[in-house]
Design a protein around this ligand. Structure first.
Ligand SMILES: [Fe+2]
Length: 716
């Protein structure tokens, strides 16, 4: 597996960990280590056993269904322990990180502040506080460093951490018996800390670099950035903060009112010349990271914040995005080359939110001069859970790193069982039907469907950890069909139409289709499509001719690799368009129930769950008067009226969701009680509401498409 092949590596098999598998439970060691990213965005948990084997990694957002969810981790820890068949008393040690505040101090008062209703009661759950379990705490950048150190395919080199903001210097300097920061690490002879010159309320970690050999880490570089306001009131749009990640997030906040939409900014950068005919690069950043000069006026004078929907702003937005992207690449590459030259290091680990920037990552692979570059599939803050767990393991085992037996796998969540699928189907069978595959192989059916232009949701085995779906929770389509970009962006993902899609490419064929194809098993870097091939795969090549590739080997994911091979046999193209299986900006689906719900709520053509094929049941073309429409159970509704008492809208609540429906649809749901036939219902509406049958049928179809009504055909 190229750069990620290492004799060491965490062993986990794509299909071995079944939810609540009793066999697994019986065999499990009783000394688990938990790593947590807690009380902040992207809350996550990592579970290691006594040998350092990674049993589970997962993010809170997949369980809570709220994107980038943070806060307490009670439900997540319970989910993780269930997944590995363990209980709280099996946990030997927990290590956690939070970049906003010191957890040890927060826990001193959480009982009291929860009693005063400042926090939900789950904050004081045993699954969150983990009482009686030895607890460590790590500063932010040190936790990022540890997240990759044991899992890189080399045992020496440089670790560079770059993100929006790390821990505060003030808190890093506070004493704490079980609190660890990099300030106490040895300093490399070339260590340099950027002088803190500005006036500031406080200081936060901006960028850090370390030199490592085995588990021995030295400080190599540190830049604290000024924090203009108290840390608990910190600026959510990163308005005044000067780390590379914060500056990038400021641009993201400006364009999308979301500091965490940096991927959208990166995707927009290549469109600057197209959307702004006069585009010419104007630097926002100048100087190197040691003496960075920021054109704050340029950022503050940027026009029309948060008006994406007004097309006239797009030229200015794309110009801003392109300038920031270009400057980030220049500053980061120069720093990396400088660190390499000073230390003679051959290998690089790159982590922190900035390492999600696949365009930058591609240039680092090609231009920074390292022999090997490792970027894990969790470079953002979810990865801190891994770093904390690995650090705790080393503390318990005389600084030994977690034992590794195989390359690091992104498939570290739960593999759901056929029973889970059956339970989900039970809930949705009025709208979903399972296809009878007879003797055909599901992979052949799916490859053919994609070849024919269909879009398939592919759910298989253990869920991925990190922001990318890598073939176990993916939406797949034909890369040759340019129209797929518009169709998936608008009809399925409900996102901006310019956003590009990425290909999963058979590793052995990458160089036939892409230039400088470095191994990219986690879809973490962009490369250029070969000039003679790009026009064959328009759905996965961006405006600048680049593609964010996932290089796919049978070792990484045998079933997915096999599927792509079958598509290649039909199409001659050794890749599939792969985007994460989520709709409408929701988190990636986790369970079969999530998958079915998202499938029904989208224009996806087929759904595959662990080899079983599902289709949406169409609204019956021929309805007979004896059929019985049945409303979803246990709905409640509220009507909104104006001052004159006229009904303005109806809000329906069912299955924990809210739908806006019309008054007549509420009336329809009320009579769809399982007793009235279609004939009774149309007669009733004709007589009492003076509404024709066609209108009723049209509303009925609308309710059916939202799974608010099913149709029962009476037995003869
Ligand atoms: Fe971070």
């Amino acid at each position: 597996m190229g750069v990620h092949q290492r004799q060491l590596g965490v062993f986990y098999n794509n299909d071995t960990l079944k939810c609540c598998n009793p066999l697994f439970f019986a065999e499990m060691a009783r000394n688990l280590i938990l790593g947590l990213n807690q009380y902040t965005h992207s809350a996550a948990v990592c579970v290691l056993d006594t040998n350092g084997k990674m049993l589970f990694c997962g993010e809170k957002e997949r369980v809570s269904r709220k994107k980038h969810d943070g806060g307490d981790t009670a439900d997540l820890v319970e989910h993780a322990l269930n997944a590995v068949g363990a209980k709280l008393s099996d946990v030997r040690m927990v290590c956690a990180n939070n970049h906003l505040f010191r957890i040890d101090r927060f826990h001193d008062s959480v009982d009291w502040s929860t009693a005063l209703f400042q926090y939900r009661s789950s904050y004081v759950s045993d699954f969150n506080l983990l009482p009686g379990i030895e607890r460590l705490e790590l500063s932010h950048h040190l936790a990022h460093a540890w997240s990759a150190l044991p899992y890189a395919p080399f045992d020496n080199g440089i670790i560079v951490v770059a993100d929006g903001m790390g821990s505060t210097l003030h808190e890093m300097q506070m004493p704490g018996e079980n609190y660890f920061t990099d300030l106490s690490l040895d300093k490399h002879p070339q260590f340099h800390e950027v002088e803190r010159k500005d006036e500031a309320f406080g200081w936060r970690e901006g960028e850090s670099a370390f030199l490592f050999e085995g588990g021995n880490i030295q400080q190599l570089f540190k830049r604290f950035i000024p924090e203009p306001s108290p840390s608990l009131l910190y600026n959510y749009g990163f308005e005044d903060m000067s780390s590379l990640g914060a500056l990038y997030s400021r641009v993201s906040s400006h364009i999308f009112a979301d500091w965490n939409a940096c991927g959208k900014v990166m995707g927009m950068a290549p469109l600057a010349s197209k959307w702004n005919k006069d585009y010419k690069h104007q630097p926002i950043l100048s100087g190197g990271l040691d003496d960075l000069v920021i054109d704050w006026q340029r950022l503050r004078n940027a026009v029309n914040p948060n008006q994406w929907n007004d097309e006239k702003n797009r030229g200015a937005y794309a110009s801003l995005a392109a300038d920031m992207q270009s400057d980030l690449e220049t500053v980061m590459l120069e720093k990396l080359q400088d660190l390499r030259a000073k230390t003679g290091a051959k290998n690089l680990i790159f982590v922190g939110g900035v390492a999600l920037n696949s365009t930058l990552n591609g240039r680092i692979h090609r231009e920074a001069g390292f022999e090997q570059v490792f970027i894990p599939h969790y470079p953002g803050d979810q990865g801190l859970a891994v770093g904390c767990a690995a650090f705790a393991y080393a503390q318990l085992n005389n600084q030994q790193l977690p034992t590794q037996q195989q390359a690091l796998s992104p498939y570290s969540g739960v593999a759901y069982t056929d029973d889970d699928t059956a339970a989900a189907l039970n809930d949705w069978q009025d709208w979903i039907e399972e296809a009878d595959l007879e003797d055909t192989d599901v992979a052949d059916v799916v490859a053919q469907a994609i070849n024919d232009g269909q879009i398939v949701a592919w759910f298989d085995g253990r869920s991925e950890f990190g922001p990318r779906a890598l073939g176990n929770r993916s939406i797949l389509a034909d890369p040759r069909r340019g129209e797929m970009v518009e169709r998936i962006n608008s009809a399925i993902k409900k996102r901006e139409s310019y956003r590009p899609f990425a290909p999963s490419v058979l590793e052995e064929k990458v160089s036939e289709w892409f230039d400088d194809a470095s191994p990219s098993p986690y879809m973490s870097l962009t490369v250029q499509a070969r000039a003679d091939k790009a026009e064959q795969i328009p759905a996965v090549v961006h405006a600048d001719g680049s593609s964010r590739i996932q290089t796919l080997s049978a070792n990484d994911n045998a079933k997915y690799h096999d599927l792509v091979q079958r598509f290649e046999k039909l199409s001659g193209v050794p890749m599939l368009l792969n985007t994460s299986f989520n709709i409408k900006q929701e988190p990636i689906v986790e369970t079969p129930a999530d998958a079915m719900k998202s499938f029904l709520d989208s224009d996806l053509d087929l759904l595959v769950i662990n080899g079983r094929l599902f289709r949406q049941r169409k609204f019956p073309e021929m309805l007979t008067g004896s059929m019985i429409p049945l409303a979803a159970p246990n709905f409640t509704a509220e009507s909104v009226s104006n001052a004159e008492g006229d009904n303005m809208s109806v809000r329906l609540m069912v299955r924990g969701e809210t739908f806006d429906i019309e008054q007549i649809e509420l009336g329809l749901l009320e009579v769809c009680n399982g007793e009235n036939t279609l004939h009774d219902i149309t007669d009733y509406f004709k007589e009492h509401w003076d509404v024709e049958q066609d209108t009723i049928m049209s509303h009925l179809q609308g309710l059916y498409s939202r799974c608010l009504v099913s149709i029962i055909t009476p037995q003869e």
